[in-house]
Design a protein around this ligand. Sequence first.
Ligand code: 6CS
Ligand code: FE
Length: 290
Amino acid sequence: MSDPYPTRLDHAIAPIPRHEPAVWGTESDGPLVQQQLDWFAAQGYLVRPDTVSDDRLPALRHELDRIAADLDADDPRVIREPGGSIRSIFEPHLLSELVAQVVRLDTVLPVARQLLGSDVYIHQARINLMPGFTGTGFYWHSDFETWHAEDGMPSIRAVSCSIALTHNYPFNGSLMVVPGSHHTFYPCVGATPDNNHDTSLVAQNVGVPDETTLTKAVDHDGIDQFTGPPGSALWFDANLLHGSGSNITPLPRSNIFLVFNSVENQLGEPFAASRRRPEYLAARRAERVT
Ligand code: 6CS
Ligand code: FE
């Protein structure tokens, strides 16, 4: 089968119009009303306040520290900032019952099923701590570009749900998106190094659009930023260009990221990498979430 979304090439090629819809379900399939579905289809993202209730938040924030303390210092699921502070923890839904409960909230799971129009499973989950003073950012990228190239995700039929555990302000490293950029797949130049994830989860240098592409996309669509109180959620399409700046404030920007993939979109072999990534980055044995 030829690759519908070639990337990690040795030469630049033109952007590729997206083949798939962004919204696979209908208004009757879940809690989102038509206006929200239309907004997500057009813009590639949707903010939903009050996704996690206040009573759950203190325990979830404490869970962050508990998980980190329980894991071995060299556990590969713990990604550290250059200065040594924890940047991300992967598989929190398997390490914490409280996080597993969030996956199944009626403000979360039904939304994923509705957007993807099918049963779903967790492709990847992580907690990004974005700690105060030392939290470094994430350069502009499309998650799908990585999941297609390195994890063998065939189609753009996955969605991320970023849930704020602390207040996401404009100034503490909050996620920025290029609205509407999900309509276009931007092939990237540069082959995938072996074990790329050893470095890409701290600083992604391969599979990122070039500055000309980013400038054109932002000129055309602008930049929106996800801000809001703890408990708010940002749903965004797997192919939406996003990134975040560093956090030099004392205020951590900790979020739970849940990535739902359609059970109709199971991973195959990487399209542009020499070997599969580990299970904690790209689930291949996960059960559908019920
Ligand atoms: O490589 C990945 O799967 C991760 N990298 C980034 C920067 N965002 C998506 C995903 O968590
Ligand atoms: Fe990302």
